[in-house]
Structures are given as structure tokens and as C-alpha cells.
Design a protein around this ligand. Structure first.
Ligand code: ADP
Ligand code: MG
Length: 327
């Protein structure tokens, strides 16, 4: 399809060549032709995912473009990590209000920093004028049949979450001026929001261990709801087992810390279920990778029923407070 007429049609190609064309690792033909040619390895299934970030909805218009470049790719990498897949190729669709070359250069710099961290080739994309919108389609590989879906959870499986969910929500609240944190805590929370570190190595290592998995993008309880639906189970989450310490140290009070861990989005930690018999394997994996893994509950036999176990042992209904763009 022809692009909308733009006086700067030639400079569009210049921009793509200057900022989005880099040597590739596993691509026979990348940016510059009508389609890319990807060199997929035999025995692998392709895992493919798309995520879109819209200015004003997913990020503030004045967000540092380098951070935005990182995050645009990182949130897509996280989706592949959550399948146990290895990211390999990305396609970038960009709508830009104007050709601000400094902005584009910084954005590309952040994006390629994330691409290089994970060995991803930018293999193509599309660039057009419009309200600032960033969309990535990512492709990765996973050995045939080894992907970890949301659907494999069974009653009795234990529930785990990686790292520190809640930090990004605290970072967002800080940026909005809703809370005040001490300098160190503030910096750590804003970094969690703007430079999420997708858990690719962990996702991959959980092949054959985790029965169901997803990445927490919209809040732990809300995203857990997707596992319950797909796996036709319920769950009990132990309030006493939630990792709150880092949030308390950052300066949150206990109630806010709990809300951020259970409902905060944007952390891109992995939430997974695994048979109780694999507990020791998961603990040793945590040590080997140097990533904290918290056992926060278990799946139950009542489909769709989400409960919280309070510190005194009482079971209360869990509200699925995930972020819903149309809710
Ligand atoms: P076509 O009109 O054939 O779709 P385009 O002008 O849209 O071609 O793109 C030219 C080439 O540049 C294609 O190979 C496309 O994949 C690549 N491309 C366009 N925009 C981007 C971008 N933002 N990032 C990476 N590659 C891009
Ligand atoms: Mg095009």
C-alpha cells in the first residue's frame, strides 16, 4: 500500500537507513526490501507476539526517548520470555508526529540496547506520520512442543513470581506526584518502570518445570486470572508470602506495598505454576540464575475462584484488579 504522501518521502528512507538499519545475526535479508527473510532453526517453533505503546495511554509524551526505545522492545521480549521462547527478530511500526531526528536517534539507541542485550535482529518495520505510537512484532524460537502456555496449570501446583513485582507501580505513582520516596528508592522504582528487564533466561530455564506461565504486565492478580481461565483452576494467594520488603525499603507503607505487588502493572516479572514436586528444582534454579523466586500460593480445583489467605489464615475473595483499557 502506498504511504500517505509526505514531502519528506526521501528523508523517510534516510531516517530508516540511518537509525534502524544495523548488521544482523540470523537474518538473510533485513531492513530495505519488500519483506525480510528469516533464518529459522530446524526443530523450532516460531513464537510471535505484538505489543503496541500509545502516547498518553502507555507512556507520558515527554518520556525520555532512549528509555522508550528500550521499553518498546522490552515489553515484547517479555511476552516471549513468558512462553519459554528465545527472542530472535523484531519488526517496528512507528507513527511519529514529526521527523525529530534527535528524538528518533535516542529512541533507536534505546531500542538497539535492548536488541543487543537479547541477540535480536531488527528485521523490518513501517514508518508513518501520525500520533506517536510504537508497535513491535517480535518473533522467537522455542523447541517444538516446549512452549509454556497459560493453560497447563493443575490444582495443587504451586504459584511462583520472579523478582520484585510492584516496583514499577511505585515508580509510576512517584512520577505522577502521588507519593514521595527517598532518592534511592525513587531511582530504583523509576528504573523498574522505564527499563524493565525481561526474564528471558528464566523463562527458558522453566521449560519442563513450569506448567503454566505468563508475564505480569497488568498486575499480578489480574494476570493470574488469565491462568485461572486458561487452566480452568482456582488459586489461593498467600498474603504473608508476598515480597514486600523492597517496596517498604523504598519508602512505601505496608498497605501501599501490598497494593503495588498485587495490582501494579508494568513489572514484566514471570508468574508461573509448577508441580509441588519441582519445588527444590525451582529453588536451585533461583540460586543458579541469581533471580529471587517467591512461592506465593497454589492453584486450586474451583475454576475461576481466586482467594487471598490473610496473615491470620482467613480466606477472602481476591479482586482481579488488572488494568483493562476498555473497563
Ligand atoms: P514498503 O512500502 O515496501 O512497505 P517501506 O517504505 O514501508 O516499504 O519500508 C522500506 C523498508 O524499511 C522495509 O524493508 C521495511 O521493513 C523497513 N522499515 C520501515 N520502517 C522501519 C522501521 N521503523 N524500523 C525498521 N525497519 C523499517
Ligand atoms: Mg511499508
Amino acid at each position: 500500500m502506498p504511504s500517505a504522501p509526505t514531502p519528506a518521502r526521501a528523508s523517510e528512507f534516510d531516517l530508516i537507513r540511518r537509525h534502524f538499519t544495523r548488521p544482523t545475526r540470523h537474518t538473510d535479508l533485513a531492513v530495505g526490501d519488500d519483506a525480510a527473510l528469516l533464518r529459522a532453526r530446524p526443530g523450532m517453533q516460531l513464537a510471535v507476539s505484538t505489543d503496541m505503546l500509545v502516547s498518553g495511554t502507555h507512556f507520558f509524551a515527554d518520556t525520555d526517548p532512549e528509555d522508550l526505545g528500550w521499553k518498546t522492545l522490552a515489553v515484547n521480549v517479555s511476552d516471549l520470555a513468558a512462553m519459554g521462547a528465545e527472542p530472535r527478530w523484531a519488526f517496528l511500526a512507528l507513527a511519529l508526529p514529526r521527523a525529530d531526528e534527535a528524538w528518533i536517534a535516542a529512541f533507536a539507541h534505546g531500542l538497539f540496547a535492548c536488541a543487543d542485550t537479547h541477540g535480536i535482529d531488527l528485521a523490518g518495520g513501517d514508518t508513518t506520520r501520525g500520533p506517536l505510537t510504537l508497535s513491535v512484532t517480535i518473533l522467537g524460537e522455542v523447541p517444538q512442543g516446549a512452549a509454556i502456555t497459560r493453560a497447563g496449570g493443575r490444582a495443587g501446583d504451586e504459584l511462583w513470581v520472579s523478582g520484585q513485582p510492584g516496583m514499577a507501580a511505585l515508580g509510576l505513582a512517584t512520577l505522577k506526584g502521588e507519593i514521595e520516596l527517598a532518592a534511592a528508592g525513587r531511582a530504583a522504582c523509576i528504573a523498574a518502570l522505564q527499563r524493565p528487564q525481561p526474564r528471558v533466561a528464566l523463562g527458558r530455564a522453566l521449560r519442563g518445570l513450569a506448567s503454566a506461565m505468563l508475564d505480569v504486565s497488568d498486575g499480578l492478580l489480574g494476570d493470574l486470572g488469565h491462568i485461572l481461565e486458561c487452566s480452568a483452576t482456582g488459586a489461593i494467594v498467600d498474603i504473608g508470602a508476598l515480597p514486600l520488603d523492597a517496596l517498604l525499603e523504598a519508602g512505601a507503607d505496608a498497605a501501599l506495598a501490598k497494593r503495588c505487588v498485587l495490582g501494579g502493572g508494568d513489572d514484566y516479572e514471570l508468574l508461573f505454576a509448577a508441580p509441588a514436586a519441582r519445588r527444590a528444582d525451582i529453588e536451585s534454579l533461583s540460586r543458579a540464575l541469581g533471580i529471587p523466586l517467591h512461592r506465593i500460593g497454589a492453584l486450586t480445583a474451583e475454576p475461576g475462584v481466586l482467594q487471598l489467605r490473610e496473615r491470620d489464615g482467613r480466606l477472602v475473595p481476591g479482586a482481579r484488579s488488572g488494568y483493562d483499557h476498555f473497563g
